[in-house]
Design a protein around this ligand. Structure first.
Ligand code: AQP
Length: 336
């Protein structure tokens, strides 16, 4: 992407929940694309801790992971001098705008969200209101910063569409207030699947460790998990229907090598799945190694991470405050 001057810049925003150890899905679908936006866009990247409490978290782990996600942002090339890195709960306007937007969101719209249906089935003992209104908070995250583009994986597309509908509805009632955001979904890597059940997305909260590659898994673990990945009874490496496991592995291989599917098929012609799985493991481990090294360096310097959090919260608050006061004025609240 080319470099734009500050005045020409549009805004990009995205976030990741500190709800588990991040996966290859989070990396390829979101994180690894974030730094591409920093030259051309005014970027806000947040650790969305408010979202993560829709599912029960162990407080000490949530705290540790919040530092970890921030360290991963920086390890993946996000320079805190060039973009705003912050923690969602440090900017209270997210919760404030979320309430106001919830009054512009329909019950029926939220009921149709597939993530709500999936997570309610997974956490049947804790179907809380936050799980239901999660997409409104996500709309607030985006609309607070008047974001133009939202880099996300395929699974978040439905939530982004709802954020657009909420923005258009509010703008229609009160005159233009919010920028209507566009998703940026990568062509390859937007939908990384579980290694154990390749029709299901890879999720950080999956309890089957063999289903998930963690960004911080060591080389041997990465290769071992790929070698165990579920495939099919065929033996040829082909991107074809009915071969969900192999298609997923080809996607991952493509993301790390830049090769397209036809090239990958040629490369592994006449070779078995075993060789292919090992090769996918090796390119993944090689691709993650530099991120892991930088991550350890940043995690060893908590004071630095806290400075980044503090500066980021201040910068983010400046924009968030402006939007919230505009919304309050439009709604008719008395402002002093
Ligand atoms: N499997 C995936 N493939 C591609 N992209 C993915 N993302 C998540 N899983 C995949 C993208 O990662 C970003 C951050 O996701 P999130 O933390 O907001 O939560 P999520 O989408 O609910 O991700 P998880 O890993 O499935 O978390 P849990 O298990 O806690 O629900 C988003 O841009 C998402 O699209």
């Amino acid at each position: 992407m080319s470099e734009n001057t500050a005045a020409e810049r549009k805004t990009a925003l995205s976030g990741i929940q500190p709800s588990g150890n991040l996966t290859l899905g989070n990396y390829l679908g979101a994180l690894s694309n974030f730094s591409d936006f920093t030259n051309e866009y005014n970027c806000f990247y947040c650790v969305v801790d408010l979202h993560s409490i829709t599912v029960r978290q162990v407080p000490a782990e949530l705290r540790r992971r919040t530092y970890e996600v921030l360290a991963l942002y920086i390890a993946c090339g996000l320079d805190p001098e060039k973009c705003t890195l912050f923690v969602q709960s440090h900017v209270h306007e997210h919760a404030e705008l979320s309430w106001m937007l919830s009054c512009f969101t329909m019950f029926g719209e939220l009921s149709r969200m597939t993530q709500f249906k999936d997570k309610s089935a997974k956490h049947a003992d804790n179907i809380n209101a936050g799980l239901f209104t999660y997409p409104v908070l996500m709309a607030a995250d985006i609309l607070l910063y008047q974001a133009d583009v939202i880099p996300i994986g395929q699974d978040q597309k439905q939530h982004l569409e709802l954020a657009r509908d909420i923005a258009e509805r509010f703008n229609g009632v009160f005159s233009p207030t919010f920028t209507v955001p566009e998703p940026y979904i990568p062509k390859v890597g937007a939908n990384i699947m579980s290694l154990a059940e390749p029709t299901k997305k890879m999720s950080k909260s999956d309890t089957n460790e063999n289903a998930v590659i963690r960004i911080l898994d060591d080389r041997d673990t990465v290769i071992r998990k790929f070698r165990r990945a579920v495939t099919d009874s065929d033996t040829s490496v082909r991107y074809a229907d009915g071969k969900d496991g192999i298609k997923n592995l080809m996607t991952i291989y493509s993301c790390f090598t830049g090769k397209d599917y036809a090239e990958i098929e040629r490369e592994f012609e006449g070779k078995g799945y075993g060789d292919f799985k090992t090769a996918v493991g090796e390119v993944t481990a090689d691709g993650l190694a530099p991120v892991q090294k930088r991550f350890s360096e940043f995690m060893a310097d908590k004071a630095y991470l806290e400075t980044v959090m503090r500066d980021g919260a201040e910068k983010a608050s400046r924009t968030a405050r402006k939007t919230v006061s505009k919304v309050k004025r439009k709604l008719g609240f008395v402002t002093l």
